[in-house]
Design a protein around this ligand. Structure first.
Ligand code: SF4
Length: 262
């Protein structure tokens, strides 16, 4: 079988957040319940994920707000154990609402692939964004501060009605979607999904789906080979079931100001 190198995988280490953004692309404020990844689960999930894929270009640690996970430092160190399979970057995305601990700053500094994205939504919403960013710079950690001046506009993906009724229309949607084309996969609750929209819609039973739409990384009854075949099928598909219910991120998407609160 061919090597499987994924372009991108986000790991949602918590579904808890300090903000309630109306247009959260992970739909976190709309979850019925909020869970988080613990270290034991992380061990199982990472081990299986890195057995299935031969490599991944970028891994992002996201949430929710990842700093709310009390085991975040240990989870990050665990991920570093697979750094040779993470070909370009390990990205940590935070919203500037919580100060970095000195321990976590040390952990960031200990891996050259680490890049930290600090979002500054406003001084009111993200009171520690500037301070956190400055600390990262002082320690020589690769960091980006996103403000209203340099971030991409947000989009509204909250309409989950069936929009593309034929296979052709669905494929057309996926073809124009930056998330689909970038294979922006996400791990949440032990499952690997093809994007955060798909994750939410399947997890919350908003759309019809089959088990072919995701990989269960906590299922030790199925072989790695079986899951590699399943992943290859997802990678080669020209759309996903979720694309039928989606406007995605296309050239036509209307852009909105970031982080408007509910
Ligand atoms: S069209 Fe929607 S569901 Fe399909 S990949 Fe893009 S964002 Fe995900």
């Amino acid at each position: 079988m061919n090597n499987i190198i994924l372009p991108s995988t986000s790991i949602m280490v918590t579904e808890a957040c300090t903000l309630k953004c109306k247009l959260c692309l992970a739909f976190v404020p709309y979850y019925q319940k909020h869970t988080q990844m613990n270290l034991q689960e992380a061990k199982t999930i990472f081990e299986r994920y890195f057995q299935i894929v031969d490599g991944v270009e970028k891994v992002s640690i996201t949430g929710g707000e990842p700093l709310l996970n009390p085991e975040i430092d240990s989870i990050l160190k665990l991920l570093y154990g697979y750094a040779d399979k993470i070909l370009k970057e390990i990205i940590f995305i935070t919203n500037g609402t919580i100060r970095f601990s000195d321990t976590l700053l040390e952990t960031f500094a200990n891996n050259k692939k680490m890049k930290v994205i600090v979002n500054n939504y406003s001084t009111l919403l993200s009171p520690y964004a500037e301070e956190n960013y400055n600390k990262l710079c002082e320690k020589g950690i690769n960091a980006i501060l996103y403000t209203e001046d340099n971030r991409y506009g947000w989009i509204d993906c909250r309409n989950h009605e069936l929009k593309h009724k034929t296979q052709e229309a669905c494929e057309q949607q996926a073809k124009g979607c930056a998330f689909f084309q970038g294979k922006k996969y996400v791990i949440n609750r032990g499952r690997l999904y093809t994007c955060t929209r798909a994750a939410y819609r399947i997890q919350e039973n908003i759309i019809p789906y089959t088990n072919d739409a995701f990989l269960d990384l906590l299922d030790d009854e199925v072989s790695v080979e079986f899951q590699r075949n399943k992943l290859n099928a997802l990678l080669n598909a020209r759309s996903t079931i979720s694309c039928a219910y989606c406007d995605g991120l296309t050239e036509k998407s209307v852009k909105y100001r970031a982080a408007e609160q509910l």
